[in-house]
Design a protein around this ligand. Structure first.
Ligand code: SF4
Ligand code: SF4
Length: 184
């Protein structure tokens, strides 16, 4: 489905230092339960690089990739998972029957059963915030500005400039999901 906007997130892994401010801001913004099973976003510990004593470690923030070819959307039997007019993969809570097919289909393990909403939940790029011109809570909060969010269809956006000028990759490209979170 062609949409006017193409929202993406660009994550500079060289900046992230695993403070997890993004994870806490997300939980507060989106009423995600305060337990260790439910997260809309998270930070994984990457490989250690270099030789002692000159060692560095990468941290990899993760969340729903709002995939262009989303496996979760294809398997949902009730169309509770759908793509909205701005191209984002959303969940209609009234249609979700918690069959968990989408949780199995997602290559990024981005979905969980919410004990606060009683449906399957995941990151929606803080859609309520971006609709009114605000940034997603994780982007707003990140102290070293690891995360950049914007419209890739706008050639003057920060995300367009970053992806034009820097090398990047996506996670698990072999799945064919065509994720829209890019890693510098
Ligand atoms: Fe669906 Fe998972 Fe892709 Fe998000 S990351 S759109 S939940 S397949
Ligand atoms: Fe990394 Fe920024 Fe999240 Fe902190 S807030 S863990 S620096 S992405």
């Amino acid at each position: 489905m062609e949409t006017k906007k193409k929202y993406v997130m660009v994550i500079d892994t060289q900046k992230c230092f695993d403070c997890k401010a993004c994870t806490i801001a997300c939980k507060m913004e989106n009423n995600v339960a305060d337990n260790s099973q439910e997260y809309r976003n998270w930070v994984e510990t990457g490989e250690i690089c270099g030789t002692f004593p000159n060692l560095t470690q990468k941290f990899i923030p993760g969340q729903c990739n709002h995939c262009t070819n989303a496996p979760c959307e294809k398997v949902c039997p009730t169309s509770a998972t759908y793509r909205n007019e701005d191209g984002l993969i959303m969940i209609d809570a009234e249609k979700c029957i918690v069959c968990k097919y989408c949780m199995v289909a997602c290559p990024y393990d981005a979905r969980f059963v919410s004990t606060t909403r009683h449906v399957v939940d995941k990151c929606d790029f803080c859609y309520d915030r971006i609709k009114i011109g605000e940034l997603p809570a994780c982007v707003q909060t990140c102290p070293p500005k690891t995360r950049t969010f914007g419209d890739l269809n706008d050639p003057n956006s920060e995300v367009s400039k970053l992806l034009k000028n820097r090398e990047y990759k996506v996670l698990k490209p072999e799945t064919g999901a065509e994720p829209n979170v890019f890693y510098l």
